[in-house]
Design a protein around this ligand. Structure first.
Ligand SMILES: NC(=O)c1ccc[n+]([C@@H]2O[C@H](COP(=O)([O-])OP(=O)(O)OC[C@H]3O[C@@H](n4cnc5c(N)ncnc54)[C@H](OP(=O)(O)O)[C@@H]3O)[C@@H](O)[C@H]2O)c1
Length: 403
């Protein structure tokens, strides 16, 4: 079900290429609250301002006047869809990169340490556990100083507990370790959809965003950039091969319930890398989409048929079907807690089928194509052409095939 929902829209523990600490030093950073309450919170209507007024970016951040080759960047989530490209882009710009990975990484742990080291070379790969704050700091302790950090961590499934474990706590551990090693700037890969938080992973991300802004407010020599992208290409390519094989394009409602400005991995990685030195991106929430206008599922389907030289053929699924499924799963989850994640996956699918991945205009309360900034060069059309030619390798969705 989840596939259908989204296809329409969307070494050893201490192994390290260079090092791995055996002793665990006591943390040297300020202490952060690490509770993870569930429940709703405010809706950031504009998505361009953090909840508390940010301080002016610190003038006295020595790393900003240093050469990339002297500025070491820590990357967690380095083995993910976006994280891999961020590592590559930072290396291309000349930064020394310390990339954190687990001993089995990638989708369903398909990659071992040697593959990760080769993929991320010449980054220094440190194998550690981001879900354990002390272990992470200890394993990174010999890698300092760190000047800036980029966190691309995300729950691979979007389940309730895993979202809090990864999108909140492991992300917080990255901040704590980075600060402990001297980082003066932190770039968070978030998501534009957190503007309207109805899902656990969104609430977990927002809680961390708040704590990140609070840390910058507390210490003016520390800054952050919160990057909130729209849809990734991988979330929109799921139907290319089925349509190529003669199947209809499946969409919800009239295919105009939502829209997005898709951005490629390379373009987003370049935007994230810009955040390291660009003072204009410090202490800001930065929604970002790819080039061109926003596209609805109907327009994406029409584009696909045009590229294939075929007559458009659509299946329109009533969105109410998803509401019924979610209602049943929610009810069952109250009796059988083991179904909590199944209900959550249904809600994620419903969300992406009906909510636009665009900036919410605070004045109108509507999603706005114009107010969603564009960046980069890669278009969805080019991506579709590539998938038609070469298939979806490298664009696979996560464990629940929902994002
Ligand atoms: N899909 C979209 O269209 C879209 C749009 C806007 C924003 N976003 C946001 O972009 C972010 C990143 O997405 P992505 O597609 O790059 O994610 P991804 O490919 O699923 O990568 C997730 C990264 O987090 C790591 N990770 C997950 N659970 C972990 C754990 N328990 N311990 C250690 N590491 C763990 C993964 O490591 P392993 O390789 O070891 O698993 C991987 O490096 C997400 O926050 C998402 O919400 C997505």
């Amino acid at each position: 079900m989840a596939t259908l929902l989204l296809s329409s829209h969307l070494a050893a523990a201490a192994y390290s290429s260079t090092t791995s600490a055996s002793a665990r030093p006591a943390p040297r950073f300020v202490s952060f609250r690490s509770t993870a309450p569930k429940g709703g919170r405010r809706v950031l209507a504009s998505s361009v301002q953090p909840s508390s007024p940010p301080p002016a970016p610190a003038a006295a951040q020595p790393f900003r006047s240093m050469a990339p080759s002297e500025t070491t960047v820590l990357v967690t989530g380095a083995t993910g869809y976006i994280g891999r490209f961020v590592v590559r882009e930072l290396l291309r710009r000349g930064h020394p990169v310390v990339a954190v990975a687990r001993s089995r990484s990638g989708l369903r742990g398909r990659n071992g340490p040697e593959e990760v080291v080769a993929d991320l070379a010449p980054a220094r790969v440190v194998f550690s556990d981001v879900t354990d704050a002390d272990a992470l700091l200890a394993d990174l302790s010999s890698q300092g100083p760190i000047h800036a950090a980029v966190c691309c961590l995300a729950s691979r499934g979007g389940g309730v507990q895993d979202s809090w474990r990864v999108d909140y706590r492991a992300t917080l551990h990255t901040l704590q370790a980075a600060r402990g090693l001297g980082a003066a700037h932190f770039v968070l890969l978030s998501a534009v959809c957190v503007q309207k938080p109805l899902l656990e992973f969104q609430r977990a991300k927002l809680k961390f965003e708040d704590e990140l802004a609070a840390e910058a407010a507390r210490d003016p020599s520390f800054t952050y950039s919160i990057v909130r992208p729209t849809a990734f290409f991988k979330s929109l390519g799921g139907q290319v091969e089925t349509v190529k094989n003669g199947q209809p394009y499946v969409m919800f409602g009239d295919g105009k319930l939502c829209a997005c400005k898709p951005i490629s991995e390379e373009d987003l990685a370049a935007f994230i890398a810009d955040c390291i030195f660009d003072e204009g991106k410090a202490n800001k929430i930065l929604p970002i989409g790819g080039p061109g206008k926003a596209l609805t599922p109907l327009e994406q389907g029409e584009m696909l048929f045009r590229l294939l030289g075929r007559e458009p053929k659509f299946i329109k699924v009533p969105i109410q079907i998803m509401d019924a499924v979610i209602w049943v799963l929610d009810g069952l989850a109250k009796v059988f807690p083991g179904l909590e994640d199944a209900a959550e996956f249904g809600k994620i699918g419903r969300y992406y089928a009906s909510e636009s991945m665009l900036v919410l205009d605070p004045e109108t309360g509507e999603y706005s194509d114009e107010k969603t900034p564009s960046y980069g060069n890669d278009t969805l059309e080019q991506f579709f052409e590539r998938v038609i030619r070469e298939g979806m390798a490298g664009q696979e969705l996560g464990e629940q095939t929902i994002f």
